[in-house]
Unconditional design. Structure first.
Lengths: 244, 235
């Protein structure tokens, strides 16, 4: 297999979408799929899909397509799902509870070690089998043990403060649900923002757009994405030349 | 602005991030910003930013940059924030309540009009000023109120069924929190799936990559100096 390299952030972000669809198909007993079919299901162009898969050395056969189960395996490997990561969840409000009770962390190779909250009424309790620690106890845990990731579900107004405290204790990656920025890009902290408003605003754009022009977003994703990518590439090449 | 402008999905998904940054800048009293500065603070390349903004006819001036306020206006227009939309929420569990209590719908130009659940223990309760209704009233409610958008927060095992029902009842857009893929089939219904999984997997990838880079760096250090670096602890 070729060296696994994905060039762009967008490319990375497409992988979980592929995986979700492919796993579904795998469960349904589908053995192979063409890039065209997959493209129709997921709303990307076939050439986009071929490019993405080529990037990590998976080549479909002309007239045969891709083998679903091996593609799943490769994407899981690229995403690092074969490694177990340890996480804590900070802020046991409604959202925190929703994640603890309903989100399948195990399936993603993630072990939730503990939850953290400032509310004295919650301390020492267990939620869905997960112990709730005080902030001090959590800091001690982070300093003593390897915790790969903190899931931040505290109220917006204390988000940055909490992130700073976690970073000071040694946390290096945050999955951020607070709908606010918690760190500057220079801080060295890996932050993945789960911004609900980004998603809602995207939907609103399409709602408005569909009313006006009846353009389906799937079509936009395909053809216009291709053009935009090509334009961006050309522009980038030109800029590189200018630079030289 | 050009009419019927077509913008790629990736660009659209970057716009909310720009908007957030710009509104922060404006409240800090910043009047103009270059694509370079904006790119630096957001982690995008300046050329990407210029490309994105040129889509909707907003061109910065060389040596001057972009006008923060005008740029916000353009983005808000593209995102449809100049129109007020109405929404209902289905499933007042943890995630539903979290949204009702903490999410700023007005900021997105959306008004949450009603919430529904099937649990008799929840029906009639008030959550953040909104009375939880019986889901049995859903069909009648949709017929009268005609909300633009349904927010789906029900358990994943009933998600597809309820989405089908909503579509049959004529809802035009669904914002899906159920971590289950919902497709609109042949209908014109818009579905925005908010997949926590996608976000977490992306983060995992970057953590794993950083760990690998660090190991490589350490090995290089080891080869050149014959000793481990001072901070050997991998996180």
């Amino acid at each position: 297999m070729a060296e696994k390299r994905i060039a762009s952030d967008n490319g990375i972000r497409r992988l979980p979408r592929y995986l979700r669809i492919l796993e579904q198909m795998d469960e349904q007993g589908v053995e192979r799929i063409s890039s065209a079919e997959l493209g129709r299901m997921i709303g990307f162009s076939a050439s986009q899909i071929r490019t993405d898969f080529n990037n990590f050395g998976s080549f479909g056969q002309q007239g045969y397509g891709y083998e679903v189960s091996s593609l799943c395996r490769e994407i899981r490997q690229v995403l690092g799902m074969d490694r177990g990561f340890r996480a804590i969840l900070v802020g046991v409000g409604n959202l925190g509870r929703a994640l603890i009770c309903n989100f399948d962390f195990c399936k993603l190779g993630l072990h939730l070690i503990a939850a953290v909250d400032v509310d004295p009424a919650l301390l020492g309790k267990e939620i869905h089998g997960l112990p709730v620690l005080s902030v001090d106890a959590a800091v001690e845990l982070i300093e003593k043990e390897r915790i790969d990731l903190a899931i931040l579900t505290v109220p917006k107004i204390v988000a940055r403060q909490a992130a700073d405290r976690l970073a000071a204790a040694g946390i290096r990656a945050i999955w951020n649900f607070t709908n606010t920025e918690v760190a500057d890009s220079a801080s060295g902290l890996l932050v993945e923002d789960m911004n609900f408003d980004d998603s809602l605003l995207t939907l609103m754009h399409y709602m408005k757009n569909c009313k006006e022009t009846e353009t389906r977003p799937k079509e936009m994703e395909g053809a216009h994405q291709r053009k935009a990518d090509a334009d961006a590439r050309k522009k980038h090449e030109k800029e590189c030349e200018n630079f030289r | 602005m050009k009419k019927n402008v077509k913008i790629s999905d990736n660009t659209i998904r970057r716009l909310p991030k720009y908007l957030r940054k710009l509104s922060n800048l404006q409240s800090d009293g910043v009047q103009r910003i270059s694509s370079f500065e904006l790119g630096n603070s957001l982690g995008n390349t300046p050329s990407q930013i210029r490309q994105d903004f040129s889509h909707f006819g907003n061109f910065g001036q060389q040596g001057y940059g972009y006008h923060v306020e005008n740029l916000q206006e353009s983005i808000r227009e593209i995102l449809g924030l100049d129109q007020q939309m109405s929404a209902i929420l289905l499933g007042v569990g943890n995630i539903g309540q979290a949204l009702m209590k903490n999410f700023d719908f007005t900021l997105c130009g959306v008004q949450l009009q009603a919430a529904f659940d099937i649990d008799p223990g929840k029906i009639g309760n008030t959550v953040n000023g909104l009375v939880v209704r019986d889901q049995a009233e859903l069909a009648a409610y949709l017929k009268n109120a005609k909300p633009d958008l349904a927010i789906l927060c029900v358990p994943s095992d009933v998600a597809v069924e309820l989405a089908g029902k909503l579509i049959a009842l004529g809802i035009e857009a669904i914002w899906n929190f159920t971590n289950t893929e919902i497709t609109a089939g042949d209908s014109e219904v818009l579905v925005e799936n908010l997949h926590f999984t996608d976000s977490l997997l992306t983060l995992r990838y970057y953590i794993a990559k950083r760990n690998e880079d660090r190991v490589k760096k350490e090995e290089k250090y080891l080869r050149s100096t014959g000793s481990r670096p001072k901070r050997p602890q991998l996180f």
